[in-house]
Every structure is written in C-alpha cells, then in structure tokens.
Design a protein around this ligand. Structure first.
Ligand code: GAL
Length: 416
C-alpha cells in the first residue's frame, strides 16, 4: 500500500514537473510559401520533440510588412507572442520599448558569442545583452534563371553585366518568353532596385547611397544611371506583374514561362521544394555586376518578456534550438540561405549555397559585404519605408522623371 501510494505520489510529482517544464511557444513569422513553410516546420518539429506546444502565428505577405503591423497591435494590447521574426535595426527599436526578454542566460550556456560573427552578434544585442536569436544569412543580390527558358532562347551563359543581361532579355523576348518574372509589390521593386544600384555603382557607392544615405551619393550621376537601368529592367516584365507574390514569380521560372528573376535566395527554397535541381533545372548567379559583393539579410527572432514560467522555459528552449547546429543545417537546406552559426560544415549544401558561403567570407574582407536596405538590415524602418515607397512610385509610373525620383529619394532618406 505504502509503496503504491509513494509511487503514485512520485508520478504526480513527475507530472507536475513535466507541466512546469513543457510550455507553449507562440511564434510570429511570415514564412508561408512552399519552401518557407517547410523550413519553419523544422523549428516546430524540434520544439515538439522537446515536449513543447507550438502555436503557429503565420501572417502571409512576403517581406513581412503585414506581419509587422499585426505584431505591433498584439504588443500594444499587452499580449505579445513568445517570439517574432524581426531583424536588423528594428530589433533595437523593439528593445528600446522595454518589451524584450534578456536572453543572456541561454546565450552564455550555448556559447553564442563564440558561435557568431561579431557583426551579427552586435545586431542581436541591446545594451550588451542578447534580445534576439539569428537563424541564417540570406544573400539578396542573386539572379535566378530557368534552364529551359535560357535554352529555348539560345542564351548560353548567365549574364555577368547589365549589358549582357539586357542582351539575354532581348533573346528571351524574341523567343516569346517573359524575360523577367517580377512580383509588383513594393518590397520586391525595392529588392530589384538595390541589386541594380549595387551592380551599377559597386559596394562603396551602395554603402554611401543606401546605408549612409549620403546626399551627394543620392544626387550623383551613378544614382541617375541606377534609376535608368532599373527602369529598363521594367520594360522586360509582363503585364500580370502588379501585386504578384514573389513565389508565384519564381513559379514562372519553374514552369519555364519566364527567364530571369532578381530575388534573394529564399527563391531557391521554392525551386528546391518543387524538386528542382540547381545547375540543372535552374541557375543561380550574382546579380549583374555584383559578383564581388554580398547584400546580407539575416533573419532572426526577437524574444518577448513573458510572465509564465513554463512559457519562459519554452522560449529559452526555442532560442537554444534556433542556434543549434542541427537546426541551422536543416533549416537552411530548405530555406535557401546559409547558416549564420560559424564553423558549420557545408557538405550537404548545393553549389549556390557554397558560392554564397564563399562570397560571404571573401566580401567581408574586401568591403563588398553590405546590408540589404530592402530587407530591413541597413537603415531604420521609417527611412526604409519612405524610400521604398518612392522607388515603387517611380517603378509604377513612367511619367516620373529620373531627376524627380532622385529628389524624392533624397527627401525620403531624411524620414525619422
Ligand atoms: C525576407 C526574409 C526571408 C523571406 C522573404 C520573403 O525579408 O528575410 O526570410 O521570407 O522576405 O518573405
């Protein structure tokens, strides 16, 4: 009797311990396309394996603008999720509101300082303490191509310069194909724009114009040439572009209907999710003129202050999982990006990822490594939003002159 009741008491105690340990994580993200959803599912699996409950808070909309609006209203109403996909300078803005949790405990235990490039670690910290966990490094300055479309049009190699790009685009047009698959949403216009600026002006110019927002650079002939080149790209898109999601643009390449797409390497996640093989079914190359540069976009999760002990435990397990070598590998294999964690083996990764990894390291030495403005890495959200709007107005309205667009961009850059 005694033994049995003791056993029962033990079982109750174990159960209680379990309920304190297992908690719920509610994770806000905008990974809803095929490749993205597969990648996010890996994190969910890992949390469930630790006994936690995953509450998916997915807000559709590439680039995350809708997700950020929803996040703000949740936090304002005093009900934040455990974690949210937020990156770059926006991390500091959230932290300065006093709503983020101090993750130094898990960061110390898991040796984050030793496992991350210092530039990345600094972005994850507020006043010296970790408030966010990074997942990956996306490269934004990529050009993707459909092998079928290139073959049909007689384009033998990926273009290395903008002149070669336009020559190839003309061939695609002549073959009755859509030269450039473009999703007409402001963040996609902006993604194309930053690659054009980088290709036309080089990394130093990009840094001056789109990171430092320097007036002289924004008013220069190089900016003029960039806007002219950007407008020229538009003449190769199809009439169905306005409002199109980025993954549907990638699908046009997968189906062989379009030749090129200028997009970050989350596009590779779509190709791969559709069973396509890089170097065979599709091609990747640095956007024209940008081979020695790398526009980086580091996805990360900010962690909110939580009251409940089990939720805090689940949150710290989530942070540890994100930075674990196992997750960094499997997530990035699906996502199209490369691990942000240092010292990871790349043998399971494809040639596009290997090129990205090599260029990431090399560009950091030569000054070619620059933050993506279109993906929230370069400037504060207010200035980014204002410049993005002007760039899209210019893209959508051929009546706006290059000179006017330059003036408006310089004005927008002053938005605080
Ligand atoms: C980027 C983000 C990527 C990908 C893409 C499309 O800003 O960093 O992870 O999700 O948007 O939504």
């Amino acid at each position: 009797m005694f033994k049995l009741s003791k056993l029962a008491a033990l079982a109750v105690a174990a159960g209680a311990a379990l309920t304190v340990q297992a908690g719920e994580v509610e994770v806000l993200h905008y990974w809803t396309s095929g490749g993205e959803a597969k990648s996010a599912a890996e994190l969910k699996k890992m949390m469930q394996a630790k006994g936690h409950t995953w509450r998916d808070f997915a807000v559709a909309g590439g680039g995350g603008d809708s997700a950020m609006t929803v996040l703000k209203s949740r936090v304002v109403s005093g009900n934040p999720p455990s974690a949210a996909q937020v990156k770059g300078p926006a991390i500091q803005e959230w932290a300065s509101e006093g709503v983020l949790a101090n993750m130094d405990g898990v960061a110390k235990a898991e040796k984050w300082d030793e496992s991350l490039p210092k530039v990345v670690a600094d972005v994850m910290k507020y006043k010296g303490s970790y408030v966010a966990a990074p997942v990956n490094v996306h490269r934004v300055n990529w050009l993707w191509a459909s092998s079928d479309a290139l073959k049909k049009a007689g384009v033998a190699a990926m273009p290395k310069t903008w002149d070669e790009f336009f020559a190839a685009a003309d061939k695609l047009k002549a073959a009755g194909l859509i030269p450039v698959a473009h999703g007409g949403q402001n963040w996609q216009d902006f993604t194309t724009f930053e690659s054009v600026v980088l290709g036309v002006g080089g990394a130093k110019f990009y840094q001056d114009a789109l990171v430092k927002l320097d007036d002289k650079a924004l008013g220069s002939d190089t900016m003029k040439k960039s806007l002219e080149t950007f407008r020229r790209v538009k003449s190769y898109i199809d009439p169905g572009s306005p409002g199109r999601d980025w993954n549907l643009a990638t699908a046009m390449l997968i189906q062989g209907k379009a030749g090129f797409q200028l997009m970050g390497d989350w596009a590779k996640g779509e190709f791969v999710a559709a069973g396509k093989v890089p170097g065979k079914d599709f091609m990747c190359a640095a956007a024209p003129g940008t081979a020695s540069s790398f526009t980086f976009n580091v996805d990360s999760f900010i962690l909110f202050k939580l009251k409940d002990a089990s939720a805090q435990k689940a949150q710290s397990d989530l942070a540890a999982a994100i930075m674990s070598p196992e997750f960094q590998e499997v997530f990035n294999l699906n996502k199209g990006s490369i691990p942000v964690r240092l010292g990871m083996k790349m043998d399971k990764f494809d040639d596009c990822a290997k090129l990205s990894s090599k260029d990431f390291v090399e560009s950091a030495k030569t000054g070619g490594l620059v933050p993506s403005i279109a993906h929230g890495m370069a400037v504060a959200p207010a200035a980014e939003g204002a410049i993005k709007d002007v760039v899209s107005q210019f893209w959508n309205d051929d009546k706006i002159s290059v000179a006017d667009a330059m003036k408006k961009i310089a004005q927008a850059a002053k938005t605080r």
